[in-house]
Design a binder for this molecule. Structure first.
Ligand code: BJW
Ligand code: ZN
Length: 279
């Protein structure tokens, strides 16, 4: 294993030895898989950053803020309405299935695999993952901005005014839907918003605590398809590595987290992950 000096610390370069990883995996009793947008890329869902991260002329991360919703709820609803419809037409891919199969297989041996995802597309659930923590919420729940009611919602369109709206092409004009015609609460008629976690908002403390417990107890961590730049998720795997637990990254490129991890498997996770998990 090669070493490098970085900011005064001697770091080992991650290795991509699948046989060595398999040995670690077979001995592990409690595996945490931390996933991001890259795991759904092969299902046809754009990632948040990079080439797929533009919707019309906007960066996805500029729309995923409470300020953007306050300033222009119509625009933000168009963005989420588009993504809801897109996701409803997509299916889990071999990487989602590999995690679900591995979870079921490990369970028969008294071992545990849990998925902690930053994704809001529910594709892990669709693949059959049971041990699932969704850090950033889901596209298919709404929350009332007035009374706080949280409700499941898979309607397409979510309201008549959003029918046919939300096209991603840069030349499409914003729909400028009046607020009273946007999704409204059935209990109090307040304006609904997607029940997701935007920048500057706190994560659900119960979900965060449950994730922390899994991370504290795991003896192997997989980091799959995330750019590892959004906190608090970005600090989870480095903290696990700091306590000497093996961490394996699956990504098409290096990330700011890579140098912290023992294994790095470069490539499409729909190919690398099933091999790594032997499913
Ligand atoms: C493949 C592949 C293939 C492609 N196979 N791989 C500490 C320091 C600095 C800042 C902060 C900090 N703590 C908090 C902050 C502020 C902020 C933050 O992190 N900012 C950073 C950007 C600097 N965090 C927050 O505000 C969080 N709240 C919080 O911490 O509250 C307390 C607090 C607030 C403020 C200050 C301090 C404390 C909330 C974060 C919520 C993030 N929400 C979003 C939107 C959700 C709804 C929606 O989707 O619309 O979540 S942002 C967006 O990023 C989304 C994603 O879940 C998240 C992570 O993105 P992800 O999944 O990594 O996707 P990409 O696109 O970035 O990467 C894809 C990867 O896949 C790439 O690496 C590709 O290479 C790879 N890939 N195809 C394998 N086939
Ligand atoms: Zn309400």
């Amino acid at each position: 294993m090669a070493s490098s000096s970085l900011a005064g610390k001697v770091r080992k370069q991650p290795i991509s030895d699948m046989a060595a990883f398999r040995t670690v995996f077979q001995k592990s009793k409690h595996v945490v898989a931390l996933t991001g947008a890259g795991i759904s890329a092969e299902s046809g869902i754009p990632t948040f950053r990079g080439a797929g991260g533009l919707w019309r002329k906007y960066n996805a991360q500029d729309l995923a803020t409470p300020g953007a919703f306050l300033a222009n709820p119509s625009l933000v609803w168009e963005f989420y309405s588009y993504r809801r419809d897109l996701v409803l037409s997509k299916k889990p891919n071999p990487a989602h299935h590999a995690l679900a199969k591995a979870e079921a297989q490990l369970a028969t041996e008294g071992r545990r695999l849990v998925v902690i995802t930053q994704n809001i597309d529910e594709l892990h659930r669709d693949a059959g993952t049971k041990n699932l923590l969704e850090l950033h919420g889901t596209l298919f729940r709404t929350r009332c901005t007035k009374c706080g009611d949280i409700a499941e919602n898979r309607a397409s369109p979510i309201c008549p005014a959003l029918a046919g709206k939300g096209a991603p092409d840069p030349e499409v004009p914003d729909a400028r839907i009046p607020e009273q015609d946007l999704p409204r609460c059935v209990k109090c008629a307040g304006l609904l918003r997607p029940h997701v976690v935007w920048f500057g908002e706190s994560l659900d403390p119960d979900v965060l605590m449950a994730a922390q417990q899994e991370l504290d107890q795991c003896d192997l961590c997989l980091v799959i398809g995330t750019s590892s730049v959004v906190y608090p998720a970005a600090m989870f795997a480095p903290a696990v590595a700091d306590r000497g637990v093996p961490v394996a990254e699956f990504n098409i490129e290096s990330t700011p987290g890579t140098e912290n991890f023992g294994f790095h498997f470069e490539g499409f996770c729909g190919s690398t992950l099933p091999k790594a998990l032997g499913v």
